[in-house]
Every structure is written in structure tokens, then in C-alpha cells.
Design a protein around this ligand. Structure first.
Ligand code: GLA
Length: 795
């Protein structure tokens, strides 16, 4: 067993395969952060001398820590954590207030323990290690005056170049309570200020837009206050040097194993050093800790790469796959599903569903998912959330009857639920109005006509566990889509009301802890169900959810041209298996855009994959194409889901996207190139392969797709013996029998040649001619390439 954590006197060093993180205990017993970056070799405390900051006299207009140390001002140090009141005026890590109102703290080093293995957190999910047990460093600090202990925990995942951190406050008073106003999960003080911060922001149906900010002075905060991790600001952030690209340059990345209000602040301080803190959003947050009790902060995840964004993503992907996702579906083939939502919304009955299921079975789909509308009196989104029993008008044979018929067709059955919510028009609300997050005497602001159940109340938690157990046991259910469709307002818990005026500030965090109790228990009771998280699309896409549910619906926007960007951006922090993507109808329901069916597939295939459209209305040609898509996905499913995913630099344009995913054994890869809008007379494209083995031989081929003559409009008359008017019936008729050829690409060469030379693809259509060696690459076009190892027999 290798020891990845070393202590030389006051010097601590944490090593992963390619990175080193270090800090020391100073003379004053503070923790000075020293280094986080490419792996370095240091073998003694003395050797680390050069890393310590040198201060002889404190800077002007700063506060001395104490009169014995005229050189020490905490504002000027890089620290492992910080608090307010003793000279550091930057973003604090921790604020705790005593009963006397004092919120100045001074936590000093007491002891450190290095162990193997990780105990489960009591209230929150966390990373885990199945192998030999993760290396764990626990540093205990004490504020002796206030009798408060701060524990810093570090976990070193050597294999994935990830270090995680978390913190815990323990109230060591015998009779006094304390109040935690802020407890971050990690803090990183870097010694330079020339970084670019990348955050992923958006909205409903517009998740994960990438934003870059050059950090020069002041503070930038990425945070959520929706009660969830939020589509407005995903908790995953990156800090990179300005010239970092997909394959070169330095990048740090951070994420949080938490599903509630989060906070990531990057502060460029007066000393030109950069501080990052991440953790629970301190806005309207407080947590009272009674004497002898403790408070845990969520676990933060950090990685560093000197080789660009792709390597950073590979670290994060492997970490999420290996140390976050759990259970039977961790590396399993996720089923290809058909979801009823965009096919029929609330308007269905058993026979309509069965027709869709039959059509799905015919093309090779494996799982039928019944979305919203199956329970209570639910014919629209105004009622019935909370009433988790079948709508017998729509489903006269109940869920069980429907599931049996779906099973008889040869498909598995899955179901949508939204257990955290209630409509005022529901039996549940009429019975328990006090169970929702709202003030009994004040007007309430609704979201999607619904209210949030108060998961800080254990009674509600137990109710949801039992109600869902009943639903999940009522039929042969193999999959559950767990939705959560509104954001918080009117933060008020009737259950917390007895605990005093400030207890309401505990609600948002207690809600998340309640949710985790429910998820923990239901995934334990139903280990064979594949759970998919959802929150109006990607409004709760985070590592907390992924600790229980292995996949999440990435967005309610199913348009391939939006999705290519969204999936590209999710992929910075999350592996493909975690986000789900569906081929849907055209015009697309969110954008009314028309995109080719092959493009819809080419994008969705690089994810946990399915369909969400009315197959019963599709033409034979479309269904044949879907059959072929499903065969491709089945053949390469393990590579699409679990292969190494590479993005390509997009040279400041949002027009062209390229991806390649490579199997772990490097025998198979699938590439994709997509163009949003065509530029006339732009015929050259190159596909530089990535991730292959240099010396092996590979065969590069493409998916050959014939083109409908309609795509060429009246240009077809340049070839046709008879005149064919554009959009005419004649054109339609001819298109049934005549199509234009698709280009063929077949190349055999070595991995190194493909990766260095790049495949020069056939000429794209450039308005000067078209034949079987010309690539149809117009608006919203995309191409899929297959790269397979070819064993060449030597004779
Ligand atoms: C949310 C989900 C959708 C669908 C609807 C049903 O918006 O994100 O996929 O399930 O709810 O009401």
C-alpha cells in the first residue's frame, strides 16, 4: 500500500499520481497553504523551506496577528482556512457566533491524524473508495476561548488526481450553544492572480452556458439560492491560465457534493493572491449547534491538470464514475428508453401508451417510461401532486396492469414521480397543509402551481419514503425518474417554528439533509431500480444527486443544436453516463427548429440515451433510420457511456463541435463533428483523432447516409431529365425512389498518424458540384465516425 499523505514535522504533503498539495503549521499554529500543482518531490521539512512565504515586517494598514509576531498579518498569508476578526479580511472559510454575540474566531492547530478509509458522513453523501481505502488526513484545530473545534478532512484519490476536502465544527462547550453562520468546504489560496474563472450558468431549458471571467481584482461569486444546486449556476467551476486549451495548459477544477444552495467565491485580494472558497451558500443560512454537537459541511472536490481541460475532465469523470456513482448501474448498460412526455404530455390512456410501447419495441427500444399525468386527477399541472395513486380513468388496469402489458411486449417499465411536491388541489394538501414550506398566515408565491413539502420535518420524510415504497412496489418498475419542478420561495417550516426565530435559516440545509435520507433509504430498498434525477431538466445536476442516482435528465430542451453545447459543457465536470439525452420530434418542441434525424442521434448518443417523441406518427423511412441508430448505440454502448471523452478546441467559434470517445482498452473510438450554420465555399474539415494507441493500426470509417433529394431544392433540375418544382408533389414522389449518395470515408493507418496528421475529410459541399465524394455538411449537419483497431497479420 502506498502512503499518499506525508507529514514531516510541521509540513504536510498530499500526493496523487500527478499532483501535489501541501501546507504547514506555522509558529503561531495557523495553517499556511504552500502548494497545489504538478507533482513535486520534497523529502523533509527543511526542503520545504523555500515554499514558505517570507515576511519580516507586516505591510502598512494591516493588522498584526499579535505583538509577538511583528511580521505576521493574516491578510497577507495563503491559508488553508480563514475566519474573520484576526486580520484576514478576505472571504472567510468559517464564521461561528457564540451566545455572547462574538464572531471573531482563532482556530489553532491541535493535532493531525493520518489514516486509511473513510467513514460515512452522518448527514450528507460523500465520495467512497472500494479498493484499499482512501488516504485520509484529519487536522484538528481549536478555538480555545470559544471552546469550538474545527476539523479539516482531506481525502486523497491517487488514481484520479482528485483531492476532496470537508470540514466539521464541534461545539466543545459544556452548556452553551453556538451558531454556525458560514462553514465552507474548501479554501484554496493561490500565489498568483492571473487566472480565468469559468462558470456554467443558465436557466430552464438553457442549462450550462459557459462563461469565462478574467479575474483581476475584487470578487466573483457563483452561487445558487433556488434551494437546489440550480440551472442558474452549476456548482462545478474551473480556474485556468489564460492560454489553457483543451489539451495544453494549467487548470484547477472544483465541485461540491451537495444539492442545495451553494457558493463559490473567487477573490483576488490586495496582495495579488487568489482565494477560492466553495461550500454551502451563507445567504440566509445559520445552524445552531447545541453543546457537544457537531455540524458537517459538504465534501468539496478538487483536481489539477497541467495538460488542459480534457485531462482535467478525465480526472473528474473517473472520480465521479469510481468514487461517486454507486450500485448496480455504475458501469451497467443503461437501457435505451422511450419517454412518454413529449409524445403525449398529459393526454394519454392505456391503449395510446401501449401503441407507443409497441412502436418502441419494433425499433429495438428496451424501456418504456410513463412520465407525468398518471396519478390522482392529473390532466394538467394544476393538481394532484401528492396523490400517488393511479388515475383509473386513464389507467383502468392500474400501474400493475399497464406494466404487465408493457412487459409482455418485451419492454421494461419505468415511471415518473415528483415526491417532494404538493398541489394545493390534492388530497395530501387538504390533509396536511402544515407539511409544506409556507407560512400559515401569509400569502404564498407558487411555482408551476405547486408547493414544496417540508423535508426538514421527519414526519414528511417518513411519509415520502412510505408513499414511494408503495408506488415502486405496486408494479414491475425497473426505472424511476425523480423530478422536482419548482424553486424555493417563502422559506418557512412549520416544524421548525418551535425552535425559535433563527431556526428558519436552517431550513434550506435541513431540506437537503431530509432529501438525502429519503434517497438513501429508497435506493437501499430498491437496489434494482435505475433512478434518474430531474429538476425541471437540469435544475439539480450535482454530485449529491449522483451519489444516489447514477444519471440525471440534463435539460428540458431536447433540441440537438442546443444540446450539443449543453453536453459539451456538462462534460467539463461530469462523465457522459451521468447525463441523459433523447432524440425528439421536429420541429423541436422547445425551439421549433428542424434538425436532421441523424444529427439528433449523433448528439444524444454521447450520453445515456433514449427517445422522447411519438414514434406512432413517424414515417417508415424515419423508423428504419431509428432502428439503425439503435443498433449502432447497442453495439458501441459501453464506449459511448464509459469511454474517455475528448472535446476539441473551438477557436472562439460556437459553430463547429467535435467529440471523440475512446474505449478504455483503446480498441474502439467514435467521433462526431457537427456544424451549426454553413458558410459558402468552406469545404475543408479535419478530424484529428485523440486518445488512440500510437503504434496500433486503426480503420476509420463513417456512417454513410444517403441524402433526400428535397434537401437540394430546385438544384435537382441540373440532373433531372424532367423539371421538378421545389416542394411539389412530384418532388415528394421522386424522393421516395431516388436519393443522393452519401460520402464514404475509409482510411487505415496508425494511431499516431491519425492523431498527429488528422483525417482530411472529404470535401464538403461548396456550391460547385455534388457526387458520392462530397460531404453534405449544411446547417445543423453532423457526421459520426467509427475507429476500430485492425490487427494486421504479419506474414
Ligand atoms: C419536468 C421534467 C420533464 C417532464 C415534466 C413533467 O419539466 O423536466 O422532463 O417530466 O416535468 O411534468
Amino acid at each position: 500500500m502506498k502512503d499518499m499523505i506525508k507529514q514531516y514535522g510541521n509540513y504536510f504533503q498530499l500526493d496523487t499520481s500527478n499532483t501535489t498539495y501541501s501546507f504547514r503549521v506555522t509558529q503561531t499554529k495557523h495553517l499556511e497553504h504552500l502548494y497545489y500543482g504538478e507533482k513535486i518531490k520534497i523529502d523533509s521539512e527543511d526542503e520545504a523551506d523555500f515554499l514558505y512565504e517570507k515576511h519580516e515586517f507586516a505591510a502598512g494598514n494591516t493588522v498584526l496577528y499579535n505583538n509577538d509576531n511583528v511580521n505576521l498579518t493574516l491578510e497577507d498569508e495563503r491559508l488553508e482556512f480563514s475566519s474573520y476578526g484576526k486580520g484576514d479580511i478576505r472571504e472567510p472559510f468559517v464564521i461561528v457566533t457564540g451566545e455572547d454575540g462574538l464572531f471573531t474566531s482563532d482556530f489553532l492547530f491541535k493535532e493531525a491524524k493520518i489514516t486509511k478509509g473513510k467513514e460515512k458522513f452522518k448527514t450528507l453523501p460523500g465520495s467512497y473508495d472500494m479498493a484499499e481505502g482512501v488516504d485520509h488526513l484529519e487536522v484538528i484545530l481549536l478555538d480555545d476561548n470559544a471552546k469550538i473545534e474545527l476539523q479539516l478532512h482531506y481525502f486523497v484519490y491517487e488514481d484520479t488526481d482528485v483531492i476532496t476536502r470537508s470540514a466539521k465544527i464541534v461545539n466543545r462547550n459544556e452548556d452553551k450553544s453556538i451558531c454556525v453562520e458560514r462553514l465552507m468546504s474548501t479554501q484554496l489560496d493561490l500565489d498568483a492572480d492571473d487566472y480565468v474563472l469559468t462558470t456554467f450558468n443558465g436557466a430552464w431549458a438553457r442549462e450550462m452556458e459557459k462563461h469565462e471571467f478574467k479575474v483581476t481584482a475584487g470578487k466573483h461569486v457563483n452561487s445558487s439560492y433556488t434551494g437546489t444546486s440550480s440551472s442558474r449556476a452549476n456548482p462545478f467551476i474551473m480556474l485556468s491560465k489564460e492560454n489553457t486549451t483543451e489539451d495544453f495548459g494549467e487548470v484547477y477544477a472544483f465541485n461540491l457534493i451537495y444539492s442545495g444552495n451553494h457558493y463559490e467565491a473567487v477573490e483576488c485580494a490586495s496582495n495579488h493572491k487568489l482565494r477560492v472558497v466553495t461550500g454551502i451558500n451563507p445567504t440566509n443560512f445559520m445552524f445552531k449547534i447545541a453543546a457537544g454537537e457537531a455540524f458537517e459541511a459538504p465534501e468539496a472536490v478538487m483536481t489539477y491538470s497541467a495538460k488542459g481541460f480534457n485531462e482535467m475532465s478525465h480526472n473528474m469523470h473517473e472520480f465521479v464514475r469510481e468514487h461517486i456513482t454507486r450500485g448496480k448501474y455504475k458501469y451497467a448498460n443503461r437501457p435505451i428508453l422511450i419517454n412518454s412526455w413529449e409524445a403525449s404530455y398529459f393526454d394519454f390512456n392505456e391503449s395510446k401508451l401501449l401503441k407507443l410501447a409497441k412502436a418502441a419495441k419494433d425499433v429495438g427500444i428496451e424501456l418504456f417510461v410513463l412520465d407525468d399525468g398518471w396519478f390522482g386527477k392529473r390532466d394538467n399541472d394544476k393538481c394532484s401532486l401528492g396523490d400517488w395513486f393511479e388515475n383509473t380513468q386513464k389507467l383502468p388496469n392500474g400501474l400493475e396492469g399497464l406494466a404487465n402489458k408493457i412487459n409482455a411486449l418485451g419492454l421494461d417499465f419505468g415511471l415518473w414521480v415528483e415526491p417532494e411536491m404538493v398541489n394545493v388541489d390534492s388530497e395530501l394538501y387538504r390533509m396536511h397543509p402544515e407539511w409544506c414550506v409556507s407560512h400559515p398566515d401569509k400569502p404564498h408565491s407558487e411555482g408551476r402551481n405547486q408547493r414544496i413539502l417540508d423535508l426538514s420535518n421527519d414526519e414528511v420524510v417518513s411519509y415520502i419514503i412510505e408513499a414511494m415504497t408503495k408506488v415502486f412496489s405496486s408494479a414491475n418498475i425497473k426505472y424511476v425518474k425523480w423530478d422536482m419542478n419548482r424553486i424555493f420561495s417563502d422559506y418557512y417550516s412549520n416544524a421548525l417554528a418551535q425552535r425559535g426565530v433563527f431556526a428558519q435559516k436552517e431550513l434550506s440545509h435541513r431540506y437537503v439533509m431530509g432529501l438525502y435520507k429519503i434517497m438513501e433509504e429508497l435506493t437501499r430498498r430498491f437496489p434494482d431500480i435505475l433512478f434518474e434525477g430531474c429538476s425541471a431538466g437540469g435544475n439539480r445536476f450535482d454530485l449529491g444527486i449522483l451519489s444516489y442516482f447514477p444519471q440525471i435528465w440534463a435539460s428540458d430542451d431536447t433540441d440537438a443544436i442546443y444540446r450539443v453545447g449543453a453536453q459539451n459543457n456538462y462534460s467539463y465536470g461530469y462523465p457522459q453516463s451521468c447525463y441523459t439525452a433523447h432524440v425528439s420530434a421536429c420541429p423541436n418542441h422547445q425551439t421549433l427548429r428542424e434538425t436532421p434525424l441523424d444529427t439528433r442521434f449523433n448528439v444524444a448518443a454521447f450520453a445515456s440515451f433514449g427517445y422522447e417523441c411519438n414514434l406512432c406518427d413517424m414515417s417508415k423511412e424515419e423508423l428504419d433510420e431509428i432502428k439503425e441508430q439503435i443498433e449502432i448505440y447497442k453495439k458501441y454502448r459501453q464506449v459511448f457511456l464509459y469511454g474517455d471523452f475528448y472535446r476539441y478546441d473551438r477557436k472562439n467559434t460556437d459553430n463547429l463541435y467535435q467529440w471523440i470517445v475512446v474505449s478504455k482498452d483503446k480498441t474502439t473510438a467514435i467521433g462526431m463533428i457537427l456544424q451549426k450554420l454553413v458558410n459558402a465555399n468552406t469545404t475543408f474539415n479535419m478530424f484529428k483523432l485523440k486518445g488512440l494507441e500510437n503504434d496500433r493500426k486503426y480503420l476509420f470509417t463513417n456512417r454513410v447516409i444517403k441524402q433526400n433529394i428535397k434537401n437540394f431544392g430546385d438544384l435537382i433540375n441540373t440532373q433531372s431529365p424532367i423539371h421538378i418544382k421545389n416542394k411539389s408533389f412530384l418532388q415528394h414522389l421522386v424522393s421516395k425512389f431516388v436519393s443522393m449518395p452519401g460520402e464514404t470515408e475509409v482510411y487505415l493507418s496508425s494511431g499516431s498518424a491519425f492523431m498527429k496528421g488528422g483525417v482530411k475529410l472529404t470535401q464538403a459541399y461548396g456550391a460547385t458540384g455534388y457526387n458520392d465524394k462530397v460531404r453534405y455538411f449544411q446547417d445543423f449537419s453532423s457526421k459520426m465516425y467509427f475507429i476500430e483497431e485492425k490487427i494486421i497479420e504479419e506474414n
